[in-house]
Design a protein around this ligand. Structure first.
Ligand SMILES: Cc1ncc(C[n+]2csc(CCOP(=O)(O)OP(=O)(O)O)c2C)c(N)n1
Length: 292
């Protein structure tokens, strides 16, 4: 859709000349569809969105979307997204990255972004394995699982992304499933609309390198928290949900309705965005007084 001032994102506008190199049956296809649905349904002008990609099969989506974006280094998508948001806080900034990129190489940045409540949306393709490098153990690989890099079974306890986000006081925490595109679309839309840091961890079957966490495995286990009447306003109740393993909850675990994004706490950005200031006009005294 176009009006006098803007071209709005649509499925047609998102189409790039490149078709995904993902394996047939990869969960990335489901995530990609939900991502495109969400951006087009939100009707955001093209110039108001930036997607920052990690390195991995997931991050290769950089080539398949025709949208403003930046393909970061491995584990460094989040700090780039935070910097883009601080420079121009009117942009919607979304990170697309793998579980290895986010919870392994980029773990420190994940924690820092949550502590700051930076207004970015983080979409994690959680296939519980390093996909692009052909199937090594990731931080989310279940303890004991045999992979290429751990032929006798992964020796470490897997990370609990939702639990970690709860302890870091993230203000929007959700989990979706690549096999439930309609539900995932709605979680991504809510995450982008949320003011402050938002995480959507996404179960994403890796057909080729993870023979354990398959579509069948998830279809037998996932259930929708909100369909069971779960209200996402209690961190302790949400925490308990993150330890369910026989059944796997998806949906919104927690949202803080009073969330205030990092950039709104900086008085220097009240009137203008950082990119509209000249270096001289950012008075040091004012900058320092914000922290007194
Ligand atoms: C600093 C650095 N370390 C290691 C690599 C090699 N590498 C490329 S992709 C990747 C794993 C990606 O796994 P994940 O983030 O889970 O994404 P997926 O491919 O599963 O979508 C690794 C280790 C790299 N490119 N850069």
């Amino acid at each position: 859709m176009t009006d006098n001032q803007h071209n709005y994102i649509s499925k047609a506008s998102l189409a790039s000349p490149y078709f995904p190199t993902w394996c047939p049956g990869c969960g990335n296809f489901g995530v990609w569809t939900a991502f495109k649905n969400a951006l087009s349904e939100l009707q955001i002008p093209e110039e108001q969105v930036v997607i920052v990609y990690g390195v991995g099969c997931s991050g290769n989506m950089a080539d398949f979307n025709r949208v403003y974006g930046f393909h970061a280094l491995h584990g460094r998508a989040i700090p780039n997204a935070v910097a883009i948001k601080l420079a121009n806080h009117r942009l919607k900034v979304v990170v697309v990255a793998g579980d290895g990129d986010t919870y392994g190489e980029g773990l420190n940045h994940f924690i820092s972004a949550m502590r700051g409540n930076h207004d970015i949306t983080l979409l994690v393709h959680d296939n519980q394995v390093y996909g692009l490098t052909t199937g090594q153990t990731a931080p989310t690989t279940e303890k004991g699982t045999k992979t290429k890099s751990t032929p006798f079974g992964a020796p470490e306890i897997q990370i609990n992304p939702i639990g970690l986000a709860l302890t870091c006081d993230a203000t929007y925490i959700a989990r979706g499933f690549a096999g439930d595109i309609r539900h995932l679309t709605s979680l991504i839309k809510q995450a982008i609309l949320h003011e402050g840091f938002s995480l959507v961890d996404m179960f994403q079957p890796c057909f080729t390198f993870n023979k354990h966490n398959t579509y069948h495995y998830f279809k037998e286990r996932v259930y929708n928290l909100q369909e069971q009447g779960f209200t996402a306003d209690n961190k302790v109740a949400a925490w308990e949900k993150t330890y369910e393993h026989d059944k796997l909850p998806i949906g919104l675990f927690y949202q803080d309705p009073h969330s205030v994004a990092f950039h709104k706490t900086l008085s220097q950005l009240d009137e203008k965005m950082l990119i509209e200031h000249s270096i001289e006009t950012i008075a040091m005294e004012k900058a320092v007084s914000a922290f007194r």
